[in-house]
Design a protein around this ligand. Structure first.
Ligand SMILES: [Zn+2]
Length: 283
């Protein structure tokens, strides 16, 4: 592993730019460009791959496209990349939230997608379906054994700051974590946080899975008493010690609903309506 200016060479032709969002590079391909536009422009990338439709993973995509790069993204994520307002509206059941309700991670410049990953082919970079964080979330594995996981894996150090990582489908998050472990990559570059050596990935995956189980158990505990959705959200956020802000709250709403839906699917909780309120109860 060697470092030159902001870029760190990992293996063969695969490098990455450590940052608030880690950005990958291989040959003329960039993955998840963050905010460091000048660095990426020097790469003269012909292709920019985007793992998913959260704006912090395509911060510089519009700039790079104007400079001549083609943008390749998962089909299910394209509408959010082209218009970040779609994701923001989705978060608020398609009504219009106020600015303070929206995390800055969802705000950014939209960028046209030129090609979907399911149509894209590269002999040296494999697309890996890693949904659960979002519906079409996709990782990328380079021929040099480097796996870019976007937000599918939250490495251990991130959990202190993010005790309830965003997810829309907890069962799919679990499947994706299993896939990350099974690929046996030499290096794992998560979207955020420290680089992971291949032999350490099992520990990070197991930690993520254990945290998912602990969150499910804590939620199920709250549902021993029939709870409204609002009470379930408040109870879980308090248990996990989440920061209180309108933006954090609305992020948590989606993720808590994902966990509630998972409990329903596992048939360990039920949902009913009484007095025009929705209730959840452990079975
Ligand atoms: Zn994300």
């Amino acid at each position: 592993m060697t470092a030159e200016s902001g870029v760190v060479n990992l293996s063969g032709k695969t490098s990455y730019f450590p940052g608030l969002t880690n950005t990958g590079a291989r040959g003329a391909v960039l993955i998840d460009p963050g905010t460091d536009e000048e660095e990426y422009l020097r790469f003269a990338a012909d292709t920019v791959l985007v793992t998913h439709g959260h704006a912090d993973h395509f911060s510089s995509a519009a700039v790079l496209r104007r400079a001549g790069s083609r943008i390749v993204a998962p089909r299910e994520e394209a509408s959010m990349i082209e218009n970040p307002e779609v994701n923001i509206r989705g978060m608020f059941s398609w009504a219009k939230p106020s600015d303070e309700m929206v995390t800055k991670l969802f705000r950014g410049e939209g960028c046209q997608v030129d090609e979907y990953v399911d149509r894209w082919h590269d002999d040296e970079i494999q697309t890996i379906p890693l949904s659960g964080h979002t519906l079409g979330h996709t990782g990328f594995l380079t021929e040099d054994g480097v796996l870019f996981t976007g937000d599918a894996l939250y490495v251990r150090d991130l959990w202190d700051k993010h005790p309830l990582p965003y997810a829309i489908d907890v069962a799919l998050v679990r499947v994706s974590l299993g896939l990350i472990e099974s690929l046996q990559a030499d290096w794992i570059v998560p979207g955020h946080g420290e680089l992971v050596r291949g032999d350490a990935v099992v520990g990070h995956v197991r930690h993520h899975l254990a945290r998912l189980d602990a969150i499910s158990d804590a939620l199920l505990d709250i549902l021993r008493e029939p709870s409204t959705t609002e009470d379930a959200i408040a109870g879980l956020c308090a248990t996990l010690g989440l920061l209180e802000s309108p933006a954090q709250y609305w992020l948590a709403v989606t993720t808590v609903k994902a966990f509630l839906a998972d409990l329903l699917q596992q048939e360990v909780a039920e949902f009913f309506v009484a007095d025009h309120r929705g209730y959840w109860r452990a079975l």
